[in-house]
Write a protein that binds this ligand. Structure first.
Ligand code: 5GP
Ligand code: 5GP
Ligand code: 5GP
Length: 208
C-alpha cells in the first residue's frame, strides 16, 4: 500500500495587510526593526485538509532554530514582519508559525525550505501589484469583494480566499489573503475549500 509521510492535502499561503492589523481596537506594535513597508506581509504557510480541518503542532522534537535560517533573516524582517505587541524582532512570530504549522509539513519542507518557499511565493505573486493593476489600492476606499477576488484570479490564475476584520469604526476591511498551493509548496492550485472570510459585500482597503 501507499504510505505518505505527510498528512495534509494542500497549503494555504496567507498574507496579511498591515493597515488592517493595526487599525483595529487591538492596535499593533511595529517591529523593533522599524515600520514595515506598505505591502502585504507573510502570515504563514499552513498545511490544510480538503475538508477544512488542519493539523497543528506536529513535532515538538523539531522546534524553530533560527540558526537554520540565518541567511534568510533580513528578507524575513522585510517580508514577514511581526505586528503583534509588544514589539519584537520577529523571532516569536516565526517560531510560532514553524512550530504550529511548519512542523506539519516537515517531511516535505525542512525549516530552511519552509521559510525560503514562503518568501519566494510572496515575491512571485506580488499581490499588491496585481491589485494595483486592477485599480485596487490601499487608499482607504471601499471595493466590492467580488472585484478584489476577480482581480487576483486574473493576476495569478486562481481565486483567493479573502478574510476581513473590522476597524475601530466597525467597517469591514481587507485583512488576509489565502492562496492555495500544492503539497510541494511550488504550484498554485484551485482552492479545495475556502476559509470563512467574514467579509461584507464591499470592503475597505485601508492605508498603512
Ligand atoms: P483565527 O482564529 O484568528 O482566524 O485563526 C487563529 C489561528 O488559527 C491562525 O493564525 C492559524 O494559525 C490557525 N488557522 C485559522 N484558520 C485556519 C485554517 O483555515 N487553516 C489552517 N491551517 N490554520 C488556520
Ligand atoms: P496563528 O496561530 O494565527 O498562525 O498566528 C498568530 C499568532 O502569532 C498569534 O499568537 C499572534 O500574537 C502572533 N503574531 C505575532 N505577530 C503577528 C502578526 O504580525 N500577525 C498575526 N496575525 N499574528 C502575529
Ligand atoms: P494569538 O493568540 O494567536 O496571538 O492571536 C489571537 C488573535 O488576535 C489572532 O487573530 C491575531 O491575529 C490577533 N492578534 C494578536 N495580537 C494582536 C495585536 O497586537 N494586534 C491585533 N490587531 N491583533 C492581534
Amino acid at each position: 500500500f501507499l504510505c505518505l509521510a505527510q498528512d495534509f492535502d494542500f497549503f494555504y499561503f496567507v498574507l496579511q495587510w498591515p493597515g488592517s492589523y493595526c487599525d483595529t481596537s487591538q492596535s499593533c506594535c511595529y517591529p523593533t526593526t522599524g515600520k514595515p513597508a506598505a505591502d502585504f506581509g507573510i502570515h504563514g504557510l499552513w498545511p490544510n485538509n480538503n475538508d477544512g480541518s488542519y493539523p497543528s503542532n506536529c513535532d515538538s522534537n523539531n522546534p524553530y532554530d533560527q540558526s537554520e535560517v540565518s541567511n534568510l533573516i533580513s528578507r524575513m524582517q522585510q517580508e514577514w514582519p511581526t505586528l503583534a505587541c509588544p514589539s519584537g524582532t520577529g523571532t516569536t512570530f516565526w517560531s510560532h508559525e514553524w512550530n504550529k504549522h511548519g512542523t506539519c509539513s516537515e517531511s516535505i519542507l525542512d525549516q530552511h525550505s519552509y521559510f525560503a518557499t514562503s518568501l519566494n511565493l510572496k515575491n512571485k505573486l506580488n499581490i499588491l501589484q496585481v491589485l494595483a493593476n486592477a485599480g485596487i489600492r490601499p487608499d482607504g476606499k471601499r471595493y466590492s469583494l467580488s472585484t478584489i477576488k476577480s482581480a487576483i484570479q486574473s493576476g495569478i490564475g486562481y481565486a483567493p480566499g479573502i478574510e476581513c476584520n473590522t476597524d475601530t469604526s466597525g467597517n469591514s476591511q481587507l485583512y488576509q489573503i489565502y492562496i492555495c498551493v500544492d503539497t510541494s509548496g511550488s504550484n498554485l492550485i484551485k482552492c479545495p475549500v475556502y476559509p470563512n472570510g467574514k467579509c461584507a459585500s464591499t470592503i475597505e482597503f485601508p492605508t498603512f
